[in-house]
Write a new protein. Structure first.
Length: 300
């Protein structure tokens, strides 16, 4: 059923005149007459009966009028809601982030909320591999994760930032004279590392293998503060991104640059070829403002 035809019919009934309805709707009277005939043909019944200058509704016409008023009200509300969504006055953004990157994007989240206060931001914290699957399944609209992602995944990626990795050790005399640590030297130490669901865990394991050794894994965790506490307790050494190390207790812990080509590279990922919501597009634009100069990899 053509919504315009329904709108014309309802207005004719309200005005009790084809001419006045045409004036209200800014169309010609023949246009209204044609649309109403098409509506009656589609429904297979007569809706209006003319008696002189009066218009009478048939029983079917009365039902169509009553339902039509409700439908047009709902349609008007739908148009208003769509307009609000397109203008980002309302909406929802389902964003995934690894637990240790919240501090890296706190300012951009604050700016997004100030710019679009009507958009509800739903943040889920999972490891990088988990958020990748959530984006692919449609559970999340977009996610921040460690890059690169696997080449065979249908994901778009926008690099945002990169930071060096450091080896976190206890602040003891044995370590104070050191200025860096080669990755191969980690073979001689118990290692505290992230859970398997973290992209950085996979990258580190590949780097260990490329350096010719299998690491002595002492503890796995998804919480960087717990790993730091275990280092301080003498359980082993951990590999953490430099910005996280900067937040730790310098009186008890020391971090040495990891001598490796491996870096902590973060970026946004979203599903390739799928619909990207207005709120997700706005989030990408906001991140571009905070981290300008990066070139997106649009087909991963």
């Amino acid at each position: 059923m053509d919504v315009r035809a329904l709108r014309y019919f309802v207005e004719v009934v309200r005005q009790q005149s084809f001419t006045r309805a045409a004036e209200q709707l800014f169309v010609t009277q023949p246009t209204i007459s044609k649309m109403l005939r098409q509506l009656e043909d589609e429904l297979g019944c007569t809706l209006l009966i003319r008696e002189g200058r009066k218009l009478h509704l048939t029983d079917t016409g009365q039902a169509v009028f009553q339902r039509g008023v409700t439908i047009l009200q709902e349609f008007k509300q739908l148009e208003a809601e769509i307009s609000d969504i397109n203008d980002l006055k309302t909406g929802e953004l389902r964003l995934g982030i690894p637990p240790m990157v919240g501090m890296q994007i706190a300012d951009s989240i604050s700016a997004f909320r100030q710019r679009y206060p009507g958009v509800e931001l739903k943040i889920s914290e999972f490891g990088g591999l988990t958020v990748q699957q959530a984006v692919l399944s449609g559970t999340l609209d977009i996610a921040l994760t460690a890059l690169p992602v696997a080449d065979d995944l249908p994901l778009n990626a926008l690099p945002l930032m990169s930071h060096p990795l450091c080896v976190l050790v206890p602040r003891t005399q044995a370590w104070l004279c050191r200025t860096h640590m080669p990755i191969a030297e980690l073979a001689g130490h118990p290692i505290l590392i992230y859970n398997e669901e973290f992209s950085l865990n996979r990258q580190l394991m590949r780097a260990f293998q490329a350096s010719g050794f299998t690491p002595q894994i002492a503890v796995r965790s998804g919480q960087w503060d717990f790993l730091a506490a275990m280092v301080q307790a003498g359980m082993g050494v951990a590999i953490l991104p430099e910005p996280i190390c900067q937040r730790l207790d310098k009186t008890h812990l020391l971090w040495l640059p990891l001598e490796s080509e491996l870096v902590w590279k973060l970026g946004l990922i979203w599903q390739e070829g799928s619909y990207l919501s207005k709120s997700a597009q706005a989030w990408i634009a906001c991140c571009r403002e905070f981290w300008p100069g990066e070139t997106p990899r649009l087909s991963v």
